[in-house]
Ligand binder design. Structure first.
Ligand code: CA
Length: 254
């Protein structure tokens, strides 16, 4: 059976290419051109949700980034829906913003249809892994919501508490002695416990345009970060390496 996807894109030529390329790879793409249409489609509980959504940023009636944010804030299944952003602008701010708003991945236009297919497949695979890793009684969405909504009743305080305004992270009773990059990495990982972050996405979000950094840079910083967490008494495998995919915080150990 074809895997259902929702595409929000107002450029007919791009939409046609995407629908065709993904269709050949076994996806069934529902295409809408307005933010309002996409929102109505996704919130319609009589329809099965798509396996992932692909969102353009600039639309006639609003922004794909705003839709992404409202999906994440919606809670339930919508908050856990895999989101890939398509952006026409290559500026770093768009990428970081896309990820910080809760997008799982992004592609900068122009992109190759092949690359898009590979990213969508990886996105769906990652979300299935996260769903499988989450405890049966707790969905990935509610884990996401635990940090996003401090007012929600929590049985106990999480092991790590991020003070984003103060740019510091507490492990138990101790503030962690983190460098700027380590702080950036851990803050991102903690925003969505269980979500697997590809090295490339971490690199983009934390290092930006720093030309000297590579995937190895991320690995090196994760290593020192693990050392500091261990020194502070956190479990050794709190940051999980997902081979070939990236890094995630294990929500069960948090
Ligand atoms: Ca557009």
């Amino acid at each position: 059976m074809a895997t259902p996807l929702l595409l929000l894109e107002d450029d007919p030529a791009i939409a046609e290419t995407v629908v065709y390329a993904l269709g050949r790879e076994g996806f069934e793409v529902e295409h809408v051109m307005l933010v309002g249409e996409a929102e109505r489609r996704l919130r319609d509980t009589t329809l099965a949700p798509p396996a992932a959504v692909i969102l353009d940023v600039g639309l006639p009636d609003g922004s794909g980034l705003d839709l992404c944010r409202s999906l994440r804030q919606a809670g339930g299944a919508l908050a856990a829906l895999p989101v890939l952003m398509l952006t026409a602008r290559a500026e770093e701010i768009d990428r970081v913003l896309g990820l910080e708003l809760g997008a799982d991945d992004y592609l900068t236009k122009p992109f190759s249809p092949r690359e898009l297919c590979a990213r969508v497949r990886a996105l769906i695979r990652r979300s299935q892994l996260v769903a499988a890793a989450a405890p049966a009684t707790t969905s990935a969405a509610s884990l996401h919501g635990r940090l996003a909504e401090p007012s929600a009743p929590a049985p106990r305080e999480p092991l790590l508490v991020c003070d984003e305004a103060g740019q510091r992270i507490r492990c138990g009773d101790h503030w962690l002695p983190l460098t700027r990059r380590e702080l950036g990495l851990l803050t991102l990982l903690l925003r969505h416990p269980g979500r697997i972050w590809p090295r490339e996405a971490l690199l983009d979000a934390v290092w930006g345009q720093d030309a000297d950094s590579t995937d190895r840079t991320v690995d090196t910083h994760i290593k020192t970060l693990r050392g500091k967490l261990r020194d502070a008494g956190a479990p050794a495998d709190l940051i999980v390496t997902h081979r070939g995919l990236g890094y995630a915080i294990d929500p069960k150990l948090l």
